[in-house]
Design a protein around this ligand. Structure first.
Ligand code: PMP
Length: 362
């Protein structure tokens, strides 16, 4: 019997597509034709090599990854990429530009400062990270090693709706919380990275997509496991990769394809977020925290008149089967994460709960 599933608004690890979970469940004891679980087979087996190759091919197809980019399946979370990006791409005397739009970009910049020079090309901290900077606000360093952005700010609920123009400098994007939620324009990036646990699969897997010419920058004395070249040259099989997470990624990508791919995901995601923002804007009771032009379609953040009401809102929502709505502990408030796999019916249920809560408490 399948346990009842509630609506999971968690920011990550987050809701996964039910068909992917069901297939993993069906085949957990033994993969068809293999007779062993994916959890039990060697990462050097033909069966796993096929799983890895299929996952990579699906990602290449759905994300539109050009042939001159490597796709790497790594561990260590997006947080390890805060270090690996500068360790591989930033020479000590060189400068990398960081656009600071929230606490994850601050953390990324802090690691880069240990490696080389960091120039803050723009920061919206003075506006409490309620917005994404405009192109004309960016002070870009000519000849910078790269420009780093956080494409979706999971905590603050803001998102880049158009990529910045950075000229010939490689654009590096932390796409952890919006990868494959819309078409990606990989070719406009030097490198993209994402922890899988929001839009792609379970925790434990980090995807890196990197233009191959940048791999020549990796310093010769960098530790083996920290080198992009190690993983690129070994097809993500230098050491034991997160096999189950890669398997599930493949199933999630099958689901994304079945939904119509990133273009279709973008339409559905826009509709889901619009419903929630419409409810926030309709009422004077709820107040969105991000400026309209910077609003995220993935993480919808809002406040109630008092923290006491917010606590009651979260508790009442949980009791009503709407889980994971508390904002990040650093900012408080409410956050509804609406990743690809979050069902539209869950948004309708939340809107209904909000109207009812306002009637009783407004
Ligand atoms: N960047 C962003 C945008 C995130 O949302 C997160 C996690 N929520 C991270 C980085 C850190 O990811 P991880 O926990 O995979 O290291």
């Amino acid at each position: 019997m399948i346990a009842t599933r509630i609506y999971n608004f968690s920011s990550g690890p987050a809701v996964l597509p039910q068909p992917a979970l069901e297939e993993a469940q069906r085949h957990l004891m033994a993969l068809p034709g293999v007779g062993m679980s994916v959890l039990e087979i060697s990462h050097r087996s033909k069966a796993f090599e096929d799983i890895l190759a299929r996952a990579e091919a699906s990602l290449r197809e759905l994300a539109g990854v050009p042939a001159d980019y490597a796709v790497l399946f790594l561990q260590g979370g997006a947080s390890l990429q805060f270090s690996m990006v500068p360790l591989n791409l930033l020479a000590p005397a060189a400068t990398a530009d960081y656009v600071i739009t929230g606490s994850w970009s601050e953390k990324a910049a802090a690691e880069a400062r240990r490696v080389g020079q960091v120039h803050v090309a723009a920061s919206t901290r003075a506006d409490r990270f309620t917005r994404i900077p405009r192109q004309e606000e960016l002070s870009l360093t000519p000849g910078a090693a790269y420009v780093h952005i956080t494409s979706n700010n999971t905590i603050e609920g803001t998102q880049w709706h158009a990529l910045p123009d950075v000229g010939d400098v490689p654009l590096v994007s932390d796409a952890s919380s919006d990868i494959l939620s819309r078409p990606l324009a990989v070719g406009r990036h030097g490198l993209l990275y994402a922890g899988a646990q929001k839009n792609l699969g379970p925790a434990g897997l980090t995807v890196v997509i990197v233009r191959r010419d940048l791999l020549s920058r990796t310093p010769g004395d960098l530790h083996t496991m920290l080198r992009y070249t190690t993983h690129a040259e070994n097809g993500s099989l230098y050491n034991t990769p997160p096999v189950f997470a890669i398997y599930l990624l493949g199933l999630v990508l099958d689901w994304v394809r079945g939904q119509g791919g990133p273009e279709a995901m973008a339409r559905t995601n826009a509709r889901k977020a619009a419903k929630l923002y419409a409810e926030i804007d309709r009422s004077g009771f709820y107040r969105g925290t991000a400026r309209r032009e910077s609003r995220s379609l993935m993480n919808v953040t809002f406040r109630l008149p008092t923290e006491e009401l917010e606590a009651r809102f979260v508790a009442g929502a949980t009791a009503a089967g709407l889980d994971g709505l508390a904002g990040h502990r650093s900012v408080g408030g409410i956050r509804a994460s609406l990743y690809n796999a979050f069902p539209e019916a869950g948004v309708d249920a939340l809107v209904g709960f909000m109207q009812d809560f306002e009637r009783r408490n407004g």
